[in-house]
Design a protein around this ligand. Structure first.
Ligand SMILES: Cc1cc2nc3c(=O)[nH]c(=O)nc-3n(C[C@H](O)[C@H](O)[C@H](O)COP(=O)(O)OP(=O)(O)OC[C@H]3O[C@@H](n4cnc5c(N)ncnc54)[C@H](O)[C@@H]3O)c2cc1C
Length: 471
């Protein structure tokens, strides 16, 4: 039997997509990489995922697990022709309010979980700006962050257990409801593993109580330096707000033109700060935010009067990447992180890099944790443009690492940053990571040639690249 024949036997013809257009659509994610898809499958249970993995393994075909495909590092774009396992049909949710937890299928859309639990007084804290589309499986695989992860922590702080299907097709539970399960913490190895170690088929996540009070403050500044100094100054006074987000003027104007969030377009940079918690503490913290902003020459300051105004401000922040579509057909979004104290100097260098390469760059970033998102708007159909963008972004990565930062704050390494890993890790580090991967997946079945560059270890290099004979 052919691979596709086997898959149809497991899932039926409707959940096996092999038409050229279908395969093309699943060949990329939110980033710029594209790869070849052999076939797309849509399992609905862990048992089906297990049968799919066993069939693909029998036919020697690599597997790329996939959520909503909103990733920005090429994590869900096959590096070699692969079976794409889309988990979007696995949407079961079992809420346990007594324990403040929920078992969720990997295909549950992030925001849907919070919508479901909001009236009971809870939400799922990690809130990527893509939260109306991205899946919890993708969030767990990428250890995703979001504006409100400054105070609450990224996805790993909210996952108690993961169920995975291994490269042998075994269904294994890692972690559990207990806060400190015995044995090695393999759950935290899988969180953030970018689809390299297994396919996540369920996760036990924490539900966070909704804050009793929230204040959202929009501050405009003449310069990026003043906005950054305010953000760092607030944290230095011992307050960790729920969110501290900065946008430069180009991004503010694009967003304002796109959704009309009420951002001041004459400001050189804006800061969106949110404090949340007990009403008395929130009032005191909001006053401190205003005070620090004043000390740093704030030019305009507004506190959202009600939930409608607050929602509008956040719509503006969360629409930032989409707003760039007005400027150019494509964008490349970088994701790096530097110590907060290095933000101003690093931003200056990043603007210089953009100018030297002649690219249109806009910036919006999670200032509280030093997580930068330089974004270049460009037209990929113009020959040579993508090469220029890659060259500029490689320099940005180097500058951030020199400043004591890291290659990714939240989007992961995937394909896009794989070959930059030696900037941060020496041979021994890479070999250790490759050996850990081999312990889970000795044949490199899952997401081959991602995250670890060629030469980290022989797993990817030694594999015969499938030729298409299975079709
Ligand atoms: C407009 C926009 C805003 C964004 N904002 C943020 C942000 O604020 N913070 C942030 O962190 N990210 C952000 N992202 C990036 C992206 O949304 C996140 O990385 C998200 O978690 C990806 O989820 P997904 O379901 O789309 O996963 P996909 O893109 O489908 O996959 C991402 C990676 O996870 C793996 N994977 C997916 N599902 C599974 C599974 N069940 N088992 C094993 N591996 C799996 C894939 O192989 C791939 O490597 C943004 C993206 C966009 C387009």
């Amino acid at each position: 039997m052919t691979l596709i024949g086997d898959l149809v036997e497991i899932l039926g013809p409707d959940r096996v997509l092999s038409e050229p257009l279908e395969r093309y659509l699943y060949g990329t994610d939110g980033g710029v990489a594209r790869g070849e898809v052999i076939v797309v499958v849509l399992p609905e249970t862990a048992g089906e995922v297990s049968d799919v993995v066993k069939a693909a393994k029998r036919h020697g075909s690599p597997i790329v697990p996939r959520g909503a495909g909103t990733g920005l590092a090429g994590g869900a774009a096959p590096a070699v022709p692969s079976v794409v396992v889309s988990l979007t049909n696995m949407k079961d949710i079992e809420i346990d309010l007594g324990n403040r937890t929920a078992w969720v299928g990997p295909g549950v859309i992030n925001l849907d979980l919070s919508k479901l639990t909001r009236s009971s007084g809870f939400h799922f804290a990690p809130d990527p700006s893509s939260q109306s589309a991205c899946t919890i499986g993708g969030n767990v695989a990428n250890n995703s962050g979001g504006p409100h992860c400054l105070a609450e922590g990224t996805t790993t702080s909210h996952v108690l257990a993961v169920e995975i299907v291994t490269a042998d097709g075994e269904i294994v539970l890692l972690g559990g409801p207990a806060p400190d399960p015995i044995g090695l913490d393999l759950r935290s190895v899988v969180v953030g593993s970018e689809g390299l170690l297994g396919i996540i088929t369920r996760a036990l996540v924490k539900l966070t109580p909704n804050p009793l009070a929230v204040r959202t403050i929009l501050a405009g500044f003449a310069t990026m330096e003043d906005a950054v100094a305010t953000s760092s100054g607030i944290v230095a006074r011992g307050v960790v707000p729920a969110a501290l987000e900065i946008m430069d003027q180009k991004m503010t104007r694009a967003v304002e033109n796109f959704v009309g969030a009420g951002f001041p377009i004459d400001a050189g940079a804006i800061l969106l700060a949110e404090v949340a918690g007990h009403p008395a503490a929130v009032e005191a913290e909001a006053r401190l935010v205003e005070q620090v902003a004043n000390e740093n020459h704030v030019t305009s300051l507004r506190v959202a009067a009600d939930e409608v105004e607050r929602a509008k401000l956040w719509l503006g922040r969360k629409s930032a990447f989409g707003a760039v579509a007005q400027l150019a057909p494509d964008y490349y979004l970088h994701d790096t992180v530097v110590p907060r104290t290095q933000l101003v100097a690093t931003m200056q260098k990043i603007y210089e890099i953009a100018e030297r390469h002649g690219v249109l760059m806009l910036n919006v970033f999670h200032a509280g944790d030093g997580n930068l998102h330089p974004l270049v708007a460009f037209d990929a159909s113009v020959e040579g443009q993508l090469d220029i963008v890659h060259a500029a972004m490689e320099e940005v990565a180097k500058v951030c690492i020199e400043a004591g930062g890291a290659l990714s704050g939240e989007h992961g390494i995937g394909l896009e940053k794989r070959d930059l890993m030696p900037l941060l890790y020496n041979e021994a580090d890479l070999d250790a990571q490759a050996r850990l991967r081999e312990a889970f997946d000795p044949d490199g079945l899952f997401n081959p040639q991602k995250v670890l560059p060629a030469g980290s270890r022989c797993a990817d290099l030694g594999r015969p690249i499938p030729t298409g004979a299975w079709l």
